[in-house]
Design a protein around this ligand. Structure first.
Ligand code: HEM
Length: 419
């Protein structure tokens, strides 16, 4: 571990004030930190669980994020957690799914889950995505100017992930409320500023979601349906099945990851197309030709998931820096996605024609690469296609209200207008 260094608040990645700055200030700080000789080290601050926590190195360069991702034996997801703070046992029950496991446990779970994503199921959700996006835009046109997050971007990922799971409409609001709490960061709109209360809120949210899936799994055991919960509850790989706890924590991972990421990519997309009219014109001029690269550029530029943590399992050197066993590293996807050595002098520009675009918004190549990347791309594409063909002049009508979080690049509210 390195000597502690005192960072000014405009560079201190552990300070809430840092994440309250404007996006421009954040990206300027990444640039300064990337240019340092070796990865900067930050104190973690006080653990919400009352234990002394060690700090972490911030990996802000593309090469470091890529190399750590492809070496899971050295850069472990299971040693501790993928959050900055190690999680106590009661949290692991709900939040300790495969994202915080290494092989062979990780591979076993991912295999079971991948088998549940059958071609039939994938085809079905692809059709559902376009249809649902169409209905959302019908309703937007009937509503008129409104909060884009509430009326558009939050609705598609929520509905699709719930449909895939077999969760009925009556539970949608409860699912969204609980996933918002779980990834609320430090934002007082969703979570108490009192630490103990906040921890109770997060555990209760996990418990409520676990109860929902446990109930569904029992029903599906008795009478299987054509949904993911049935497939997971009855999946059998080499004689193995998911335990009730594995099913619950996997379900929580899926609904949280499915809801709290794509929504923000869609909200940021509207903001970006408003702030960059030239890029909107380019896209409108050849919607089908450019929508694929545009979605990749949105994910790069926004990086809805800002970082994931890994923990060193042995002393090692990586790209000229010596790490010690037990060191924590945070893989800053958002900073790696602005690395000039990969994206050139235009790294900070939003350019829907960027090619190649080797972004790490869904993670870099490795065993944990985003399981939902294909679905997320489909969702962002479907909603943009519907909006830009049927409401081509839709635009952000005011400042976004950003989520206060170091982990999720979120927009809570965004007024929109058209017509
Ligand atoms: C724009 C939207 C999304 C972004 C930016 C995103 C980003 C990420 C990132 C950065 C990781 C970690 C990769 C790593 O550690 O190497 C990840 C993992 C994961 N994502 Fe996504 N994600 C998105 C949408 C989704 C959706 C829609 C789902 C589910 C339906 C999903 C499910 C998962 C799961 C299950 C994992 C853990 C995979 C594992 O540990 O093997 N994600 N995602």
């Amino acid at each position: 571990m390195t000597d502690s260094q005192t960072w000014s608040s405009d560079l201190n990645l552990s300070a809430n004030e840092f994440w309250a700055q404007s996006p421009g200030q954040r990206y300027a700080a990444y640039r300064t930190l990337r240019a340092l000789q070796s990865p900067p080290f930050f104190e973690a601050g006080e653990s919400p669980f009352g234990t002394a926590e060690r700090g972490y190195y911030a990996l802000l360069r593309h090469a470091d994020v890529a190399e750590a991702s492809r070496n899971p034996q050295l850069f472990s997801s299971a040693a501790g957690a993928t959050s900055i703070f190690d999680l106590p046992v009661e949290f692991n029950e709900y939040f300790g799914s495969m994202i915080s496991m290494d092989d062979p446990r990780h591979a076993r779970l991912r295999r079971i889950v991948s088998r549940a994503f059958t071609p039939k199921m994938i085809k079905k959700f692809e059709e559902d995505v376009q249809l649902t996006a169409g209905v959302i835009v019908d309703e937007l046109l009937a509503t008129g100017p409104c909060d884009f997050v509430q009326h558009v971007s939050a609705r598609l990922p929520l509905k699709i992930i719930c449909q895939m799971m077999g969760i009925g409409d009556e539970h949608y609001e409860m699912v969204l409320r609980n996933t918002n709490i779980i990834l609320s960061g430090a934002d007082p709109e969703f979570i108490s500023e009192d630490l103990n209360e906040a921890l109770t809120q997060i555990l209760t949210a996990g418990g409520d979601l676990a109860a929902l899936v446990t109930g569904l799994a029992e029903q599906r055991h008795a009478s299987p349906a054509d949904d993911l919960v049935s497939a997971l509850a009855t999946a059998n790989v080499d004689g193995e099945q998911l335990t009730t706890a594995e099913l619950a924590s996997f379900f929580i991972l899926l609904v949280v990851a499915g809801n709290e990421t794509t929504r923000n990519a869609i909200s940021h997309a509207l903001l970006l197309l408003t702030e960059h009219p030239g890029q909107r014109e380019l896209l409108l001029a050849s919607l089908e030709g450019r929508i694929g690269p545009a979605v990749e550029e949105i994910v790069r530029y926004v990086s809805p998931v800002i970082w994931m943590r890994r923990t060193l399992t042995a002393d090692t050197d990586m790209n000229g820096h010596a790490y010690r066993e037990n060191d924590k590293v945070l893989l800053f996807y958002q900073a790696a996605n602005r690395d000039e050595t990969v994206f050139g002098p235009t790294a900070d520009q939003f350019d829907i024609t960027r090619s190649p675009n080797p972004h790490v918004g869904f993670g870099s190549a490795g065993p944990h690469f985003c399981l939902g990347a294909h679905l997320a791309r489909r969702e962002i594409t479907a909603v943009l296609r519907e909006l830009l063909t049927r409401v081509p002049d839709i635009r952000a009508a005011g400042q976004p209200d950003y989520l206060l979080s170091s982990f999720i690049n979120g927009i809570k509210h965004l007024p929109c207008e058209f017509g």
